[in-house]
Design a protein around this ligand. Structure first.
Ligand code: SAM
Length: 230
């Protein structure tokens, strides 16, 4: 059976799975990631779920088209409701806002267990998600930044009970990414800087305080000048 063609964002997230586990894909939409992992013999099956019926139907149809319908349960559910009962260990929550991902984790207390590995890809507000993870005892053990149509951040976290307090740059770009800077990190920082500069312009026109934006711009500038001499 041919593998589905998946984006660089999804294949990068897929690279963070542990071999042979059962997985959950929350907010699956099309189920391409689980299908890809199963047909690559990386995982043994699991559950795909979505809060909306349309995506669940689409996921079910794709699972059937690729002959994976016996390996995955497709269910309509809000976040992690009823998911852990399927004996999954690696949980993907990709392509949603950072705040929503944090609330999905928060709403399932059983997830605070070292056996679960969470692969997360916030479309917005990675800083809210990292702050939530750090304050609630989830340790981030791997981070990736990938560029295709946009620049995406992907992280893998696991409950250890140890609390982490991250700096402004760490919240926004990831401590592990900052330790080993890549061209993608520099590109993301430059894009973020441009967004903050626009905000400063807009706010300054209406006389609103811009100290938070200025702090971010200064910190990005300091980092870039250290590594790139810019
Ligand atoms: C942009 S799609 C991302 C699809 C896929 N995960 C990916 O990254 O390509 C977001 C999906 O999350 C689903 N979703 C939103 N809130 C959810 C929730 N609380 N629980 C489960 N699914 C949710 C939406 O219905 C939608 O199908």
């Amino acid at each position: 059976m041919n593998l589905p063609r998946i984006s660089k964002r999804l294949s990068s997230a897929a690279s963070l799975v542990r071999d042979g586990v059962r997985i959950a894909d929350i907010g699956t939409d099309h189920a391409y990631l689980p299908i890809y992992l199963y047909l690559s013999s990386k995982v043994s099956g699991g559950v795909v779920s979505d809060i909306n019926q349309g995506p669940v139907d689409r996921a079910r149809a794709n699972l059937c088209d690729y002959g994976c319908e016996d390996a995955f349960v497709a269910q309509r559910a809000d976040g992690l409701d009823g998911v852990l009962a399927h004996g999954v260990e690696d949980i993907f929550i990709l392509g949603m806002g950072g705040e929503l991902i944090a609330s999905i984790i928060e709403n399932e207390p059983e997830i605070k267990n070292e056996k679960y590995s969470l692969v997360l890809q916030p479309m917005t507000h990675p800083e809210i998600l990292r702050k939530y993870l750090g304050h609630n005892g989830f340790e981030i053990d791997c981070e990736l930044i990938v560029e295709e149509d946009k620049i995406y951040q992907i992280m893998r976290a696991r409950y250890t009970g140890r609390v982490s307090e991250y700096s402004l740059l760490e919240l926004n770009f990831g401590a592990r990414n900052l330790e080993k800077p890549t061209p993608e990190l520099f590109a993301l920082m430059k894009r973020t800087r441009a967004v903050y500069c626009e905000r400063v312009k807009g706010k300054a026109l209406s006389g609103v305080d811009t100290s938070q934006e200025n702090e971010m711009i200064e910190k990005i500038d300091k980092f870039l000048s250290e590594y790139l001499g810019e």
